[in-house]
Design a binder for this molecule. Structure first.
Ligand code: NJP
Length: 239
């Protein structure tokens, strides 16, 4: 089956300094895309950029510091990227965090961080790319959600709430912009061996690998025009 050629497409990835975002950046760069990495830590972004260039010195990669929860900064940074690139083709809303919460004791600050990153951040970034995508009648928004967006679990009710909200938002947006020829997709992984789990007790050896989730994201983006993958729900199956 023919796949979509992504050569020279501009791909913006939030939360690209580690884990799934970094793995996706590596794979989209290898597919010939111009990749823009976004995250809060300049140091981690520079390291990520270097590691991508080490893997493929012809990769076209740049990075910008951005907290997706900062509305004004999102507007500024995305306007810069639009101007410098001539237009964003693919946005991967990947930045996110989950804090295990006993709701009776959950600090408001933890609640706010999850909601502002996992939901408000996706809204700010998506809103920033839609006018350009609509005027070019072309674009793809891929949201990294979670199995926790479909099934609640007792350890992280706030995180589950943000990912359920993300799924509803994605579904509505997909229908809203279909007539503008913009595709909107979701990826829903189970547990993935990334920094998300640092400091927590878990046997990560049987988890998904970040590259496996990145591979699913690339699969979604390379479907030919006219084909939309709405969601990939993937889990590890390791003995
Ligand atoms: O985690 P991690 P993952 N603004 O911690 C950045 C979902 N997921 O790759 O900002 C901008 O390695 C942070 O960089 P920095 C999960 O919900 C995961 O696993 O410098 N960037 C880093 O680059 C999330 O949506 C699992 O600290 C912000 C990146 O985000 C996505 O996968 C399971 C930011 C996080 O990388 C990627 O997480 C599942 C902000 N405000 C869904 N806050 C799993 N790992 O098990 C953080 O179902 N970042």
């Amino acid at each position: 089956m023919p796949t979509k050629d992504l050569t020279n497409q501009t791909v913006v990835i939030t939360g690209a300094s580690s884990g799934i975002g970094l793995a996706a950046a590596e794979q989209f760069a290898a597919a010939g895309c111009r990749v823009v990495l976004l995250a809060r830590s300049a140091q981690r972004l520079e390291k990520a950029e270097k590691s991508i260039l080490q893997g493929a010195d012809s990769a076209v990669v740049s990075c910008k510091v951005l907290d997706v929860a900062d509305e004004g900064a999102v507007s500024r940074v995305f306007a810069e990227i639009e101007q410098q690139s001539g237009g964003i083709d693919i946005l991967i809303n990947n930045a996110g965090l989950g804090i295990p919460t006993d709701l009776a004791e959950c600090p408001t600050e933890d609640y706010r961080r999850m909601v502002e990153t996992n939901i408000s951040g996706v809204f700010y970034c998506t809103r920033a790319v839609l006018p350009g995508m609509k005027s070019r009648r072309h674009g793809h928004v891929i949201n990294v959600s979670s199995g926790a967006g479909k099934r609640g679990n007792p350890t992280a009710p706030v995180y589950c709430g943000t990912k359920h909200a993300l799924n509803g938002y994605t579904d509505g947006l997909r229908q809203q912009v279909a007539e503008d020829n913009i595709r909107v997709s979701l990826v829903s992984p189970g547990a993935v061996d990334t920094g998300y789990w640092d400091g927590r007790e878990a046997d990560r050896s049987k988890f998904l690998r970040a590259e496996e989730v990145a591979d699913a994201i690339l699969f979604i983006a390379t479907r030919p025009d006219g084909v939309l993958v709405k969601d990939i729900d993937l889990v590890a199956q390791r003995q």
